[in-house]
Design a protein around this ligand. Structure first.
Ligand code: ADP
Ligand code: MG
Length: 680
């Protein structure tokens, strides 16, 4: 694919090596990047407030005449104030400039200026401290405020953007085809960029923004769809035998209605002859594994192989064990492939996979290796899917011919976010927990009650149950390892000295970690102390109590995932959140946790409290960072962009037409920029 024309930022006047390095920190290397460095917000200099009407403590723009040149007051070493009076009609205000000789020198008596900043009113005196000041002839306008970095102020960036415009405006090529712009009433890129940086009015800003949001979401949707469809031609293996009822009769429990529905949704998809792309959403403990097993069973009955990929060795192992138990007795060969599979085992396994004598392989990323080949891969399942990227799923699926793809998400994702991430994936929801489950009783306590809580844990251990303590996460830079070791140590020497305590932390080798986890699965370890978030999906029904230290350091969805490690059997389980945080957000989170067990509700609350940007780290949801679109307010545009992406790819699946070359470059640019990592 041809590379897009680029011009280094250093082509701009005033941008040398040093400043270029600063721009680079903002991700700006070329003039094109700079033009796409959208303002974070705006200062509205277009509405002038008469000084007489200025309200104390509000930000406004005032036009006034300087009565005199600023007078300097030396306060102390390194601190000089410059003050002068400015007048607007009959009203006066005192303007103070701190330490900025350069700014003060520009003020001339008798000249008119625009002052932008916060006005304070004390009695009859009005004041502005360190306002931004521009000569009034600049004219009233809406001014951009940029995401900035040290040594690169928003005004420097503004200057550079203006320069970039004057030099490159004519060369800007619109990546959106004309016909598309017509259809969706979108402005030209030149207009959009001009008005996103220097809007003449709020209306023009809105027009510009809508166009850029549309473009961003369109490119994102195109990119994700192209990844997803790579190597697919629309014809999938057709399921003819539905074995799900047979499978259900093998289960030691009867499936919930929701599980039955999810299985039949997928069976219908696989019957259709078109590759399935379906997402299964289910709260923690809703029984996603059994659904996966039913599908693998049916796949085998149709002569297909299946692959199930989990994000960690521990989870893969766990799935392997439960699937073996269910499927080996009915003659389905199940194998496990992880980073710790030995070379000899692996050789044997790869051979059998290729021959087709293994019907189901469970594994980690190891499944993506080139050496892994199948005889007839028909179904690909990924578990805890938001930790995999579109790309990885596509790689696995491409090991079969148009294999069916099924993704299972443990994190209930609010609908808005699901639409953004999964686009046109079909969705099944497990909206029902297996019968007999008791909601986990959750309490928020402060550290003063920790001893009592430990006593409560001890009581459960004495009754033969197991427990988790998620122990202090340490601030960045601190050593969480040391904290965890000390914490475990103090438990071993203190109240819990007679119990088997295991420790897992982030810096352990996977094999060491697996060993401790195995001890916990087998019940040899009674209390598991963990620094990292205990693997999402770990299933030890005998563990019925969890204590989370410094609970305020976790987001709501994370806490809900953690809590999901208990309450997996029929015994009343408990979750104790320890926090001394006094801030409102933390208190609200603790309150929500102790009053709700509904993952979807909690996720919605999380989205509200944290805002979509933070909801999952960027890496977790696998999307490239969005520069301008907002998941809360741009839903309508998202739908339009999705509709457009559909239509475009239907007509031109690989974006080969001339009119699509601009889009093609943007798609490539977006996914190049995040690289493989971003798609993880
Ligand atoms: P998750 O959706 O979190 O992956 P799992 O598949 O690990 O949940 O299931 C949680 C537990 O519930 C497991 O111990 C599983 O055996 C059990 N389970 C699943 N479905 C049912 C059911 N219909 N009735 C009773 N127990 C079930
Ligand atoms: Mg699971």
């Amino acid at each position: 694919m041809e590379k897009r024309e680029t011009h280094s930022i250093r082509a701009l006047k005033g941008v040398g090596e040093q400043r270029a390095a600063k721009y680079q920190k903002l991700g700006i290397e070329t003039v094109e990047d700079l033009l796409r460095h959208y303002p974070r917000s705006y200062e509205d200099w277009s509405v002038l407030t008469p000084l007489a009407e200025a309200v104390s403590d509000t930000v406004c723009c005032i036009q006034a005449e300087a009565l005199s040149a600023p007078v300097s007051h030396y306060i102390r070493q390194g601190m000089t104030l410059y003050q002068f009076l400015a007048v607007d009609g009959a009203a006066k205000m005192k303007v103070t400039i701190f330490n900025n000789r350069f700014a003060a020198d520009r003020i001339r008596a008798g000249h008119n200026y625009l002052f932008y900043g916060k006005v304070t009113v004390r009695g009859r005196t009005k004041e502005m401290s360190s306002p931004e000041i521009q000569p009034a002839e600049m004219g009233a306008s809406i001014r951009p405020v940029y995401p900035q970095t040290e040594g690169l102020s928003t005004r420097m960036i503004e200057g550079a953007v203006r320069q970039a415009f004057s030099m490159w405006e004519d060369r800007l090529v619109d990546p959106l085809p004309e016909a598309l712009r017509q259809e969706y009433a979108l402005c030209h890129i030149r207009y959009a960029l001009k008005n996103i940086h220097f809007p003449k009015s709020h209306e023009m800003l809105a027009v510009a923004r809508r166009r850029l949001v549309f473009e961003e979401l369109l490119v994102l949707q195109l990119g994700m769809a192209m990844l997803r469809n790579r190597g697919r031609n629309g014809h999938a293996p057709k399921l003819t035998v539905d074995q799900s009822d047979t499978f259900f009769s093998l289960l030691p429990f009867s499936p919930t209605k929701a599980q039955r529905r999810a299985v039949s949704d997928a069976v219908e998809d696989m019957r259709s002859g078109v590759p399935m792309s379906r997402l299964l959403q289910g709260d923690v403990g809703s029984g996603k594994t059994a659904v996966a097993a039913a599908l693998c069973h049916t796949a085998a009955a149709n002569g297909w192989q299946s692959a199930l990929m989990a994000p960690t060795g521990i989870l893969a192992e766990q799935h392997y064990q439960s699937l073996c138990e269910l499927l080996q007795p009915v003659g389905i060969q199940v194998a496990l492939l992880t980073g710790s599979t030995t070379a000899a085992q692996k050789r044997d396994l790869l051979e059998k996979l290729k021959e087709g004598t293994i019907q189901l392989v469970v594994g980690t990323h190891a499944l993506l290796q080139e050496s892994v080949e199948f005889h007839n891969l028909g179904l690909v399942i990924t578990d805890e899917q938001h930790r995999f990227g579109v790309e990885q799923r596509a790689i696995l699926a491409s090991k079969g011919e148009n294999a069916h793809v099924y993704v299972m998400s443990a994190t209930p994702i609010p609908r808005t976010l699901a639409l953004m991430i999964y686009g046109d994936l079909d969705i099944s929801v497990l909206d029902e927990l297996p019968p007999g489950r008791k909601p986990v009783a959750t309490y928020a306590i402060d550290s003063g009650k920790r001893m009592r809580a430990l006593g409560f844990i001890k009581k459960h251990l004495d009754e033969g149950y197991q427990a988790y303590i998620v122990c202090p996460l340490v601030e960045e830079g601190g050593s969480d390892l040391k904290a965890a070791q000390q914490y475990a140590q103090s438990l071993k020497q203190g109240l819990l000295r007679d119990y088997q305590i295991g420790l897992v932390h982030g810096r352990m080798k996977p094999s060491e970690k697996d060993k401790v986890m195995a001890g916990f699965f087998e019940g040899k370890i009674q209390l598991l102390v963990s620094t990292t978030v205990i693997e999402v999906g770990v299933n030890v029904p005998n563990a019925v109590i969890m204590m989370v230290e410094n609970a305020e350091r976790f987001g709501l969805s994370q806490l809900h995932q953690l809590r999901g490690r208990v309450g997996r059997g029929n015994v009343q389980s408990h979750c104790i959140l320890v926090s001394d945080a006094q801030n409102q957000q933390a208190k609200r989170r603790m309150w929500i946790m102790s009053h709700s067990n509904d993952g979807f509700k909690i996720a919605e609350e999380d989205l509200k409290l944290r805002g979509p940007g933070d909801f999952f780290g960027q890496r977790q949801h696998g999307l490239p960072a969005l520069k301008i679109a907002d998941m809360n307010s741009d839903m309508a545009v998202l739908r339009e962009a999705q509709e457009a992406a559909h239509a475009i790819l239907k007509a031109d699946p690989n974006l080969e037409e001339d009119s699509h070359q601009g889009l093609r470059r943007e798609v490539k640019g977006l996914f190049d920029q995040v690289g493989e990592q971003g798609l993880n």
